[in-house]
Design a protein around this ligand. Structure first.
Ligand SMILES: Cc1cc2nc3c(=O)[nH]c(=O)nc-3n(C[C@H](O)[C@H](O)[C@H](O)COP(=O)(O)O)c2cc1C
Length: 261
């Protein structure tokens, strides 16, 4: 069996997950590619019905060893009766813990059949010049591995051996970390250009004559920090600065992608 339509479904505030999924899709090499990027709430489809001979690659980042709740909610529109799916998580070089099994279960509950899975590495959302963590990942080596993974998925589909895949992780999943009411803030360098507002996946930011951020909506994804061309947006939440330092001190040894097929 080869795939009719290849659908890439992703939640990816700082684009590392998206870049990995694009490279896997390139490796699969389908002529009919549809990208459903649900990072912004206004891009979430009302329903996404998939056919048996489609292939879906679904991806999300790892937040505290789990899939971000925002992604779980956005993926709820998905339904299928047996479409092959490849769940992919991208993490910041610490650990992915129960995220891949959670995403695989979520896809299974929506009626998909997991035929492969993977965990790749992306620059940590909290990485800064002072606390570098997996800087510039995915790099060329990672993207090459993602394309090769895509080729092996295509080969598995072509053979018609759609055996299901086992991925690492525990059930019940680890508890989610409690969400603090805080957010990045903008300093005097801010030019009120609105780039932060446009990339925020939870519509927590509004830019007028100043930048206002709703700390209860912020998920600390740091898309606003990374997109700011004026280095005006900073995550200066004391607890998260400590976490960033701990990550930078303890998780700098390069981890490599893991694929399951
Ligand atoms: C709130 C939060 C929690 C995170 N938790 C983890 C984690 O448990 N393990 C890890 O290795 N990386 C963790 N990360 C880093 C992201 O998984 C990583 O930067 C990923 O590449 C971001 O994906 P994106 O570019 O698609 O947004 C976390 C990031 C955020 C914002």
């Amino acid at each position: 069996m080869s795939c009719n339509k290849l659908k890439v479904i992703c939640f990816s505030p700082t684009r590392t997950t998206r870049r990995i999924l694009d490279a896997i899709a390139e490796g699969v090499g389908s002529e009919h590619l549809e990208i459903i990027d649900v990072t912004r709430a206004d891009r979430v489809p009302e329903a996404c019905d998939c056919a048996d001979n489609d292939l879906v690659i679904i991806g999300a980042p790892v937040y505290s060893g789990r899939i971000p709740l925002t992604a779980v909610e956005r993926f709820k529109a998905l339904k299928s009766s047996g479409t092959p799916v490849v769940p992919v998580v991208v993490y910041g070089n610490r650990a992915y813990e129960d995220a891949l099994i959670e995403l695989t279960d979520l896809a299974t509950e929506a009626g998909f059949s997991p035929v492969a899975g993977a965990a790749f590495i992306g620059e940590h959302s909290f990485s800064t010049d002072k606390t570098p963590i997996a800087v510039s990942r995915p790099d060329e080596d990672d993207l090459g591995k993602a394309r090769d993974f895509g080729k092996s998925i295509a080969a598995k589909l072509a053979e018609g051996t759609l055996s299901s895949v086992e991925v690492p992780g525990d059930r019940p999943y680890k508890d989610r970390s409690p969400k603090a009411s805080a957010s990045p803030i903008s300093n005097d360098n801010c030019q009120l250009c609105g780039a932060c507002e446009r990339v925020c996946p939870t519509a927590a930011i509004s830019v007028g004559s100043l930048v206002e951020t709703d700390p209860d909506k912020c998920i600390f994804c740091c898309a606003c920090v990374k997109v700011c061309a004026f280095e005006a947006r900073k995550l200066e939440v004391p607890r998260l600065l400590e976490v960033s330092q701990w990550l930078s001190d303890n998780f700098s040894a390069r981890r490599e992608p893991e694929v399951f097929i």
